[in-house]
Design a protein around this ligand. Structure first.
Ligand code: BV8
Length: 250
């Protein structure tokens, strides 16, 4: 058993879940770490070692050097296509079917929650496997062999870009509205595998807490939200979530 997995905490959370009608979950890059997807805080490697993600994931970076940003995403897309959901993802898929209302909100762009079987995932920051027009935002499906240059868009006005939300760009209105509604109305809110530093997503656990939800943070490290959490599980999500499911089923 993981040294930081406190049985009493797991028991208390399971008891609260048995009474809950609406459970909401916010996930960050940490949930995909055990699938081998580097988190945003992990040091960049290889060609990208000299860049910070925040400097590449912007419309300005893409406009300045489309091939460079396109290649960064092409490499990440290839890496994501090779990985599989981990026990943390599978536990969240099991959790979804146990409640009257279950809202899964993710900052991740890797599509792993859907791959694990979760339905109606709210992708706040888009999906790296999808492409759209840089100019008119129309969905595009470029030929897979465009690894070096961003392909031209069918509209003929611009080139393709990854269908993700870059820093400085607004989140999809429907996604952030649904996420904020869930944070305001849920009984239990989980904040899992996020450094709680990227806004407006990072506001969600605070909103849930203010509106009276029981808020649980699952993260091996502390975050700015930690002091506000009702329960903190200092363990990897791939260990903590299956343990929580076992306690619920037990
Ligand atoms: C916007 C897609 C406005 C791209 C990403 C206040 C309000 C509003 C905005 C701001 C604000 N303050 C600052 C801003 C601007 C900015 C921002 O928040 N900057 C930060 C750096 C301060 N926000 C924005 O620009 C947003 N846009 O607000 O626009 C606007 C409004 C109207 C009109 C125009 C504009 C857009 C933000 C979205 C950026 N896009 N991703 C891509 O992926 O390439 S964000 C990116 O960071 C990823 O999505 C990532 O998921 C996300 C957050 O990071 P985390 O998920 O938390 O990951 P991180 O690596 O940080 O941490 C991992 C955690 O996991 C760690 O805590 C670690 O301990 C833990 N962990 C590790 N292993 C495990 C684990 N946990 C559990 N188990 C494990 N095994």
């Amino acid at each position: 058993m993981h040294p930081d997995l406190d049985t009493a905490t797991i028991h208390d959370i399971a008891t609260a879940l048995r009474r809950a009608r609406h459970v909401a979950v916010l996930t960050g890059a940490g949930v995909s770490a055990e699938s081998g997807v580097p988190t945003f805080r992990d040091a960049q490697t290889g060609l990208w070692a000299k860049f910070r993600p925040e400097d590449l994931a912007t419309p300005e970076a893409f406009a300045r050097n489309p091939p460079m940003v396109w290649q960064w995403y092409a490499e990440r897309r290839e890496a994501v296509a090779r990985v599989a959901p981990n026990p943390g993802h599978h536990a969240l898929a099991k959790l979804q079917v146990r409640f009257e209302t279950f809202t899964l909100i993710t900052q991740n762009v890797d599509g792993l929650h859907a791959k694990a079987g979760n339905r109606n995932v709210i992708e706040l920051h888009g999906n790296i496997l999808k492409t759209k027009c840089f100019e008119c935002n129309a969905p595009q499906s470029p030929a897979a062999d465009h690894a070096i240059q961003p392909p031209p868009c069918s509209c003929g006005k611009s080139v393709c870009r990854p269908d993700v939300v870059w820093f400085g760009e607004a989140l999809p209105a429907k996604a952030i509205d649904a996420a904020q509604r869930a944070a305001r109305s849920c009984d239990v809110f989980f904040s899992i595998g996020t450094s709680t530093q990227v806004y407006p997503a990072a506001e969600l656990p605070f909103t849930a807490k203010q509106r009276g939800a029981l808020v649980v943070e699952i993260n091996p490290d502390a975050t700015p939200f930690t002091p506000h959490a009702d329960h903190v599980i200092r363990a990897p999500s791939g260990v903590a979530l299956p343990r929580l499911i076992a306690a619920l089923e037990g």
